[in-house]
Design a protein around this ligand. Structure first.
Ligand code: WAQ
Ligand code: MG
Length: 261
């Protein structure tokens, strides 16, 4: 048995009553790690650069091992972009390369840029028309019940490739789950942490990092999942929110994960 441990925190009351989203986290851990995982999440919520949380929700649920799907991490590369403008142009190009129409790539990016503040989840957007497909408004769709299968191996791999930070660790796991989703063509993301300007475009083929997708100091980030037309949205929501997924870290000699820059 594994346990899904999830946290969401807000300032100015609960999300449900209009509180401002501060941070969230999702893990899938063994019984002996539940307490330390929940403690670490609480500590993180209380010391976040987005603000002072006064509402924290931590949920723990058992997950049966036979229900877990295992998928591989995506190959990672980093694009050399000098500023946010260049980053966004390159990211749009990467989305188009992944099969998103130019107008949908433009609209999805514009939706993120137009957010007054960060949502706690992602937007589902049609990869052809750019139209919003979910009905979650400013709450968004929260991807949950995922983790890396081998924490220590992953930490080693991240260190070796100079990618040791919590943003990359979490984003690689989330992006792998999302890229494997039925109907998702590509994802666009940048952080809502003011000091973290790196974002990415992911697809089933790869995860491309862009060191600048927003200006330093901006507390607005978000995620857009570009969905193939005529996809089953209910099935997609079920997979993103409910399906437990473990992502396998590359093994020591498993250099199938080419990292380039
Ligand atoms: N499900 C759906 N959307 C989420 C989730 C989730 N589990 N977690 C975060 N989001 C959305 C939400 O709108 C946040 O405001 C936004 O994404 C950004 O979240 O390679 O740190 O956790 O160097 O701030 C990407 C680059 C970092 C990492 C992303 O996102 C790298 C990051 P954050
Ligand atoms: Mg954040």
């Amino acid at each position: 048995m594994l346990y899904s441990v999830r946290m969401r925190s807000a300032e100015g009351g609960a999300h449900e009553t209009g509180g401002r989203h501060i941070s969230g986290a999702e893990r899938l851990v063994s019984y002996d790690k539940v307490t330390e995982t929940a403690n670490a999440m609480m500590a993180r919520a209380f010391t976040h650069s987005r603000g002072q949380a006064d509402f924290i929700n931590i949920k723990v649920e058992a997950v049966r091992e036979q229900d877990i799907v295992t998928i591989p991490l995506l190959p990672v590369s980093t694009a050399a972009v000098k500023n946010a403008e260049a980053g966004r142009t390159a990211a749009k190009y990467a989305l188009i390369k992944a099969g998103v129409s130019p107008s949908a790539a433009e609209k999805g990016m514009a939706e993120l840029l137009a957010l007054p503040d960060s949502m706690r989840g992602a937007m589902l957007v049609c990869a052809k028309t750019g139209q919003r497909l979910d009905d979650r408004e400013n709450r968004g769709v929260r991807v949950s019940r995922m983790d890396i299968s081998d924490d220590d191996g992953f930490a080693c791999w991240l260190k070796k490739h100079d990618l040791s930070n919590i943003h990359v660790r979490e984003a690689l796991v989330l992006a792998a789950k999302v890229a494997f989703a039925p109907g998702v063509l590509a994802e666009l993301c940048w952080s809502d942490d003011p000091e973290y300007t790196t974002g990415y475009v992911a697809s089933a083929k790869e995860y491309i990092r862009f060191p600048h997708l927003k200006l330093y100091g901006s507390p607005v980030g978000g995620r857009v999942f570009f969905v193939k037309p005529d996809s089953d949205i209910q099935a997609l929501l079920y997979y993103l929110e409910q399906q437990p997924v473990l992502v396998t870290a590359p093994t020591k000699d498993g250099e199938q994960l080419a990292v380039s820059s």
